[in-house]
Design a protein around this ligand. Structure first.
Ligand SMILES: [Zn+2]
Length: 104
């Protein structure tokens, strides 16, 4: 049990260390028509990027990303993947603790 509590605390620390994050996925879109699957006759050389995500009400939202924000956006998504992974581990640990019946 002591080991489990220790693991739980360590996971919580790692969770905080993940830093900022956002949910969603980044798509490259046509700079002219803004569609992921371009319908322009001549594909524009300019590429634009957008982040698509679902808000708390499961509504799909789109944020267009300036090119200089792309790297940050990718980092935020990578952080979110780590957050998700750590949350899963915390849940598993908490279930084990719950089964052993410690705490209030
Ligand atoms: Zn297009």
């Amino acid at each position: 049990m002591k080991g489990l509590i220790k693991q739980q605390k360590s996971l919580l620390r790692r969770l905080v260390q993940c830093g900022d994050f956002v949910r969603g996925s980044i798509n490259c879109v046509c700079g002219r028509c803004n569609r992921a699957n371009c319908i322009c006759e001549k594909k524009s050389a300019a590429k634009a990027y957008r982040l698509t995500y679902k808000d708390g009400l499961q509504q799909t939202k789109i944020v267009y990303l300036a090119k200089n924000r792309l790297r940050v956006a990718r980092q935020l998504l990578a952080n979110y993947a780590r957050v998700r992974n750590i949350i899963e581990q915390i849940i598993n640990t908490n279930i084990k603790i719950l089964k052993k019946g410690s705490g209030p």
